[in-house]
Design a protein around this ligand. Structure first.
Ligand code: OOG
Ligand code: MG
Length: 273
């Protein structure tokens, strides 16, 4: 346990000082269960410092992501309010959101996501779909604390699945809430585009997420049940990157669109460190 606290320290320092470290598994034996304990220790510290848990993020739910990062199992990480990018749904006005500051990050990337919102607490896998009260298109900002994004599965789990930020487009209400047998919105094959400065750089179908993003939600409920945790009312679930993640650069304007769901936007600040 002492060792796990030490590993949480290493990752916390890497994040706070913007200095990537070599993978933990080069120097320490770390299995998946231990890695999740290290992840939790890191989150517990952030909560002790005033952050609030707002949901979870699924990782490696698409082949594109597994291939890009060289791993082959579904994982999860924990999201806090400090990671939320305000104004991602667009303001439509001239006084838009403050540009997103990259200067606190090591080597940020962005990837398109589908996001679920839970209208009630989920304590097991039964009928988790009926707990969803809204879905949206969104994105995730990743920032591995490991040099060159090089990690094994336990490393990336300990590093809270590279979580750094997330933005959510306009919520689309799911009106079937509370009715387990009611049909869910079909989001199984929506075209998704990630554009940088107006140029599409990645496109894919939401089918890339385990065949259907709802599968990722079920996987989240399964992982939560295994971990003895509940998914709380109001939490969000990021279903996992649909395409490979692309590097973020100062001044970049990133737009993620999904047919029928809308768009989410990320405006990066032009200042460098
Ligand atoms: C790990 C995070 C994976 C996803 O959506 O698959 C992830 C990484 O790629 O560094 O967030
Ligand atoms: Mg992701």
């Amino acid at each position: 346990m002492g060792n796990e606290a030490g590993l949480a320290d290493i990752l916390q320092q890497a994040r706070l000082t913007r200095t990537a470290v070599g993978k933990l598994t080069d120097d320490y034996p770390l299995d998946l269960a231990g890695a999740y304990r290290v992840q939790r220790l890191g989150i517990d510290r952030r909560v002790a410092d005033g952050e609030r848990i707002v949901g979870v993020k699924m990782g490696f739910t698409s082949k594109a992501k597994m291939a890009q990062m060289g791993v082959d199992d579904v994982i999860w990480g924990i999201l806090t309010d400090a990671m939320a990018v305000p104004g991602a749904a667009g303001t439509g006005g001239t006084a838009g959101p403050r540009p997103y500051d990259l200067s606190g990050l090591i080597h940020p990337k962005v990837e398109p996501e589908i996001v679920f919102r839970l209208g009630r607490r989920v304590e097991n896998t039964d009928g988790v779909e009926s707990a969803v009260d809204a879905v949206a298109v969104g994105y995730e900002v990743l920032d591995s604390r490991f040099e060159g994004y090089k990690f094994t599965l336990p490393d990336v789990v300990a590093d809270n699945a590279s979580a750094a930020g997330f933005g959510i487009g306009e919520w689309q209400a799911v009106t079937t809430q509370g009715a387990p047998a009611a049909p869910r919105p079909d989001i199984s094959d929506l075209p998704v585009t990630l554009a940088v400065d107006g140029q599409p750089v990645r496109t894919a179908s939401t089918a890339a997420i385990l065949g259907d993003p709802w599968e990722s939600l079920r996987a989240a409920a399964r992982l939560a049940t295994q971990a003895g945790l509940a998914l709380e009312a109001g939490w969000i679930v990021l279903a996992g990157g649909i395409t490979e993640a692309v590097p973020l650069t100062p001044g970049a304007v990133v737009t993620v669109t999904a047919k029928t769901l809308g768009a989410a936007e990320l405006r990066c600040a032009t200042t460098t460190r």
